[in-house]
Design a protein around this ligand. Sequence first.
Ligand code: ZN
Length: 227
Amino acid sequence: MSAGARKDPAAVETEVREKIHLEILKRTGAYHANDHILLPSGQHTSEYIEKTLVTTEPSFTEGLGAVIAKHFAQWPVDMVLSTGPGALILSHCVARAHPSRPIVVYGAKGLSGGKRRVSLPVEFQRLTRRGAKVLLVEDLVSTGSTLNLLINLVEQLGAIVVGIGCLWRRTSVDLDNRPVFSLVSRDFPTYDPDTCPFCKKGVPLNEEFVRRRHARRPSSVQEPKEA
Ligand SMILES: [Zn+2]
């Protein structure tokens, strides 16, 4: 892009806003760039977000939640629904700042018949009337699979998804043309190890994030030994 190129003011505003939000995420230590990183898929990339660190700074999370709430302020919302610890912290901040004063509920992720699913505790189901307006909140959207499970859940309950708010979204994710607002929309290229330009240059591969994921799996949790 040349410096003199005229751009649509709305696009410029979005670009500036995204840069600010990216800086905020950098300050939490969650965002890594200019590295050579091994992903759980086995592919290599130069950028990575550590999901667990995204919501560690309450004032940042509150500020970002308020931006999402402001975006959806013109639509009445009865409840904010999320799943996962990071998304739940953010969803509280969104609900707190939304003029409808929606309630906050959360689903539990699990496996059923070998398939991933999200289920809503029965106490929350009782709070959900048919036609209720639901705002979905997610921290990071990389494949959209969790959001699609949440959308199915809302539809099963006879409620309506009014929108989806998230901190970070990979631009390529398809969510059926639903109204999605993300503070940062970004795609970073991933490479097969055979064609990775960083491997070709001999940049050392950072395997830290994949190792950490393995260490977090419940099956590898070390039980304290009995004395
Ligand atoms: Zn590589």
